[in-house]
Design a protein around this ligand. Structure first.
Ligand code: PEP
Length: 252
């Protein structure tokens, strides 16, 4: 059985103070023994240590929103995976649509980061998803294939214990539009079959595939009850404990 994962992507939001309050609220509500659901928050880099200290010992883990593929050195403005593990961070989101489309990261860039993060022992949440125009022109599966093939190039099946896939249709991120449960399930099934074809039935069966795109308390239950949806990557609604906690509860 796959354990649900509900991850909050805070993006470039919160202050140190508001982030700390949010983390405290989550840490006090999420049971430390939570076999059914893994819970993660991904704050901005400057607050990772503060938030990490607050949630340590609770049922909430913490992860980064990005990393660089090189070892520590002369890379101004970047963050090494060694720095993330040094502060106890155990997960990283890679290939988020904002990094792909706003920061212009390519599949090749993302692939370098995926491999480096895996080597560092981090859990990688690899995001994939199509633009609205790509969905409308029936390109969804082709886009997912390209992003999975590119992002996971050279990644050995043995690493899959550390890999989570997040299906995030770009048209549903931060827009208030949500994929219907049927649209989400179809994309997740495609991704699971992709893992089966490219790796193995065991890997396909064990790998968690999260849905992301305007997940809210009122749509979480239906999305999370789809057979191939194993959790959620939540943006906007992860910034308010009163919205994020019901989403976590919807996964139970
Ligand atoms: C995200 O940033 O990964 C995301 C899914 O955002 P939102 O929930 O706000 O659509």
């Amino acid at each position: 059985m796959r354990r649900f994962l509900v991850a909050g992507n805070w993006k470039m939001n919160t202050t140190k103070e508001s982030g700390a309050q949010l983390a405290q609220a989550l840490a006090s509500e999420v049971p430390s023994e939570n076999p059914a659901v893994e819970v993660l928050v991904c704050p901005p880099f400057p607050y990772l240590t503060t938030i990490g200290d607050i949630v340590t010992g609770s049922g909430v883990g913490y992860g980064a929103q990005n990393c660089y593929h090189e070892a520590p050195g002369a890379f101004t403005g970047e963050t090494a995976t060694e720095m993330l593990t040094d502060i106890g961070c155990r997960s990283v989101i890679l290939g988020h649509s904002e990094r792909r489309h706003v920061l212009k990261e390519t599949d090749a860039d993302i692939n370098l980061k995926v491999k480096k993060a895996l080597e560092a022992g981090l859990q990688v949440i690899l995001c994939v998803g199509e633009l609205q125009s790509e969905r409308e022109s029936d390109q969804t599966e082709a886009v997912l294939n390209t992003q999975m093939t590119g992002g996971l190039a050279g990644v050995d099946g043995a690493a899959f214990g550390q890999i989570v896939i997040a299906y995030e249709p770009v048209w549903a991120i931060g827009t208030g539009l949500t994929a219907s449960p049927e649209q989400a399930e179809a994309a997740h099934l495609y991704l699971r079959n992709w893992l089966k074809d490219q790796y193995s039935a065991e890997i396909a069966d064990a790998t968690r595939i999260l849905y992301g795109g305007s997940v809210k308390p009122d749509n979480a239950k239906e999305l999370l009850s789809q057979e191939n949806v194993d959790g959620a990557l939540v943006g906007g609604a992860s910034l308010k404990a009163e919205l994020f906690i019901p989403i976590i509860q919807a996964a139970v």
